[in-house]
Design a protein around this ligand. Structure first.
Ligand code: GLY
Length: 560
């Protein structure tokens, strides 16, 4: 029995599903930090909608999770407006500076210069997050930016407490942070990782957020803040110009919509590979009755679907404003049929035997999910790429810049920091968006609506896939976010997994099928999800136990 399945007839389910007057009597926010979740709830309680809450949560995360996302970075916000069913992906992805070129991270011998696309000012793309917040507030919100940015400004001024997660990531990025005086002053303590419970205050960031809240786009992309950003980047060897900032534009994209069995899955469009990779994998999996397979064979089939979908990511995907991506073909059911003809239930396919090239991409990042009492919803995944991004803060701005340039294919076939490889479609070009794996996603059936996503670099998409399959089995968000995880990304040709995902017997069975297994040594991902059960008209929300996030569901009264 599915845990939240409707026990009433199909006719009633359809009516419920189609009835726009049914609204949750509750609101929910799930994010990676309690202060960010609270910021979203506060803004909802001030009369804001889910889109205002998304602005508040994004900005708060930028302050309290500086290693994961920030106004020096970008992201994707998947929106659903309940009144008319309108859905869109707001693309606030960073772009390559206008002076960028394909070989900018290669030496004279054509070899990648170590860490050039990862550390320091040259590694930073032009941020999209501030423009996206302005866009969300003006086009979809009910509140001015000055209201929805207020919690973040207060958090920046008052400070937040260093936790173990912060310390671990600051240690990991200590050298990069220590090599830039502004970053060092904010995020380290005399060059060392701050103590547990130390307070991180960010006065400059508060001031920059105030400019954004007063002036919108121009508060960041023009005037004094822009001058300081460009000056700081150029002094440190970067290539940004004022023109880059002035020309930055948010894009609205039609989400990728996938019909999978009885579900509609709505996910991120290019320049995220998430929706397309999910589409290819789900179209393969749809050909199987997964529940009828023994567990080892089911895992094997899911892995084979991941392998093929990630192969296509490496082979075909890039910013569709710059390169032609065969989207219609890749998402067609017949394509899935063709590429799974050689999928044996008994034996692993070798990645070498399915033509293509190598690899995939990127990590740190953060995700949150929001639903308001009207049923409006947002799934948002935001990033500055590597933990603490480039480790570089232009003086006087408080803005920690991303190192998203590493998500481009620096050299075809050369793995990036996450072991991902790519091809020409994702080569660097001025003004181009780098390919992403961020996959904010909705799951829609007659009985329920799900909102989910996670950080985790190349593994984001496989985590979301496992969450979708878990939802299909009738499980709740608490289960989706806490599932043991495994992943296959075509190359390297191994099943990566968390310690303990597979018991000994399962390991033997998968190896007998020809799979190599590799524990990644630690848990990964930090999923935050919401479910609207339409039968009971209740919300459920869950935050991944691997992180220190918080999910809040609040009753806010009867339908309005
Ligand atoms: N930088 C992580 C991603 O965009 O996938």
């Amino acid at each position: 029995m599915k845990a939240f399945v409707l026990t009433v007839g199909v006719f009633f389910s359809v009516a419920l599903y189609a009835n726009p007057s049914i609204k949750p009597q509750e609101q929910a926010v799930a994010s990676a930090h309690p202060a960010a979740t609270q910021a979203g709830i506060d803004v909802l309680n001030q009369g804001g909608n889910a889109f205002d809450a998304a602005v508040a949560v994004s900005a708060a995360l930028a302050v309290v999770e500086p290693f994961g996302s920030g106004i020096g970075g970008g992201g994707f916000w998947l929106l659903h407006r309940e009144s008319d069913g309108f859905q869109v992906m707001v693309d606030g992805r960073e772009v390559a500076p206008l002076k960028a070129d394909r070989d900018m991270y290669l030496d004279k011998q054509g070899e990648p210069i170590k860490n050039a696309s990862v550390n320091g000012a040259l590694a930073a793309g032009i941020p999209g997050l501030p423009a996206a917040l302005d866009h969300l507030a003006k086009k979809y919100g009910k509140l001015p930016l000055s209201d929805s940015l207020k919690p973040a400004i207060e958090l920046a001024e008052k400070g937040f407490l260093v936790n173990e997660h912060y310390r671990r990531l600051a240690k990991f990025r200590q050298i990069a942070l220590a090599s830039n005086p502004s970053a060092e002053a904010i995020f380290l303590s005399k060059g060392q990782v701050p103590d547990l419970g130390a307070v991180i205050q960010q006065e400059d960031l508060a001031e920059t957020l105030k400019q954004l809240s007063k002036q919108g786009f121009d508060g960041f992309y023009a005037g004094e803040v822009a001058d300081k950003l460009v000056q700081g980047v150029q002094q440190a060897g970067g290539i940004w110009t004022k023109e880059d900032l002035k020309k930055y534009r948010v894009k609205e994209r039609s989400p990728v919509v996938i019909d999978y069995k009885d579900m509609k899955v709505v996910s991120a469009a290019l320049p995220s590979s998430g929706g397309l990779v999910l589409s290819i994998a789900l179209n393969i999996l749809e050909q199987y009755d997964l529940e009828s397979l023994d567990e080892a064979t089911r895992i094997h089939v899911v892995v084979e679907a991941m392998r093929r979908a990630y192969r296509d990511r490496a082979l075909y995907m890039g910013d569709s404003d710059f390169v032609s991506v065969p989207t219609a073909r890749l998402t067609h059911k017949s394509y899935a049929h063709t590429i799974s003809k050689n999928l044996s239930l008994d034996t692993a396919t070798s990645s070498q035997d399915i033509s293509g090239l190598k690899d995939i991409e990127g990590n740190n990042t953060t995700h949150f999910s929001v639903m308001d009492k009207a049923g409006n919803r947002v799934a948002a995944t935001l990033s500055i790429n590597y933990p603490f991004g480039s480790g570089f803060v232009p003086a006087g701005t408080g803005v920690l810049l991303n190192d998203e340039m590493d998500d481009f294919s620096i050299k075809p076939g050369t793995p990036n920091v996450y072991g991902l490889v790519g091809g020409q479609a994702n080569a660097i070009e001025a003004g181009k968006r780098m390919l992403s794996s961020m996959s904010p996603t909705f799951i829609e059936t007659k009985e329920y609506i799900g909102v989910l996503g996670t950080p985790g670099g190349s593994r984001i998409i496989s985590m979301v896939l496992l969450g979708i399959l878990d939802a299909e089995q009738g499980h709740t968000p608490e289960s989706w976010v806490n599932l043991p995880r495994y992943h296959h990304q075509y190359l390297p040709d191994v099943i990566q997994h968390e310690p303990g995902t597979f018991k000994d017997g399962m390991r033997v069975k998968l190896k007998e099928k020809g799979h190599q297994l590799k524990s990644v040594g630690r848990q990964y991902g930090n999923m935050h999800a919401i479910l609207w059960d339409k039968k009971s008209n209740t919300l459920m929300a869950a935050s991944d136990r691997r992180g220190s996030g918080l999910a809040i569901v609040e009753t806010v009264g009867i339908n309005e």
